[in-house]
Design a protein around this ligand. Structure first.
Ligand code: AMP
Length: 291
């Protein structure tokens, strides 16, 4: 299932919150392509892949219909469009939550209190499924934007909208009540393009790269020198040093030790390694980890 030119097509958001990180991720995978907001399709010069830049609302349908083999889109859009696509990988960016918020002074305290009320949203399908699961009958008011203004305009009693910090809701006198869904960007595929030999192979090659880039995110490569007899102590500090790379140094009794550490614990680990006898600690970024 490949387009006539035998190339894979991947759809990403043309211009918006997910665009830069989507492009960055693909470039980190070694894909060379021009990205301009003006062009709909950009060919990769070193992989049989064309990048389609389209509205994110259209991505689920494009992938469902096989116009694109792959897409990068928020789970929130995927859920709302209810398109038949196969989710391959969460991508670790574009985090947000779809939340129900209510006017600050309202008496609504729980999902039950929404029964019989009007909820304004641009996510009617996702909200409907959520309310059904909660067995709450509320009226869904479909809006196409400016959702947070709807309670003040008396169009709705509550809203269901995307929130990342909650500051927009607060600025509009709203209080977050509950989370309908958590979301991040995901890589999705047209199901048939996975089983097709040629497109399936190309997707598999691309997936190996994407996984390797994601695996390396938030990790650092750590090198240090230490007296050979300090090794047991160093291993206690970094559990991943079960099988560390240990290289003898020219100075007898000294070794170089290499390992990978998570970025968020690095400073803490470094202090403890120093206390355990490590010196000359060097930390370098990692671009990819292929397992
Ligand atoms: P945009 O249309 O450019 O605002 O991009 C919207 C997409 O970015 C959403 O569908 C979400 O998947 C994601 N996103 C991440 N954080 C937020 C946020 N604070 N508000 C809206 N969308 C967000």
């Amino acid at each position: 299932m490949l387009a006539t030119n035998g190339r894979l097509k991947l759809a990403l958001q043309r211009s918006g919150r997910l665009t830069d990180e989507s492009v960055q991720l693909l470039r980190s995978c070694g894909l060379a392509f021009e990205h301009s907001r003006q062009s709909l399709s950009s060919p990769c010069s070193n992989f049989d892949l064309d990048i389609l830049a389209i509205r994110d609302d259209d991505i689920p349908e494009f992938v469902q219909d096989g116009v694109a083999h792959l897409g990068i889109v928020g789970q929130n859009i995927l859920s709302e469009k209810q398109a038949r696509t196969r989710a391959l990988l969460p991508l670790g960016f574009g985090y947000c939550r779809l939340m129900v918020s209510v006017p600050e002074r309202s008496r609504i305290r729980s999902v039950r209190d929404l029964a019989g009320l009007r909820i304004g949203t641009t996510y009617p399908a996702t909200l409907r499924a959520f309310l059904k699961k909660q067995k709450v009958a509320a009226k869904i008011v479909k809006l196409s934007g400016s959702v947070e203004l709807s309670p003040a305009l008396n169009v709705a009693d509550a809203i269901c909208d995307i929130v990342s910090t909650g500051s927009t809701a607060r600025m509009n006198g709203l209080r977050p009540l509950l989370t309908v869904m958590e979301s991040q960007a995901v890589l999705v595929a047209h199901p048939q393009s996975l089983s097709d030999k040629r497109s399936g192979q190309l997707i598999e090659r691309l997936l190996i790269r994407v996984r390797a880039v994601l695996e390396a995110r938030g990790k650092r490569y750590l090198m240090m020198n230490a007296p050979a007899d300090a090794l047991p102590k160093l291993q206690k500090v970094i559990p991943s040093l079960k099988s560390p790379t240990v290289v003898p140094l020219a100075v007898s009794g000294m070794v170089a030790v290499h390992s990978v550490v998570a970025e968020d614990v690095f400073w803490d680990v470094m202090e403890r390694l120093k206390a355990a006898g490590a010196t000359d600690i060097v930390v370098v970024p990692i671009e990819t980890i292929v397992r």
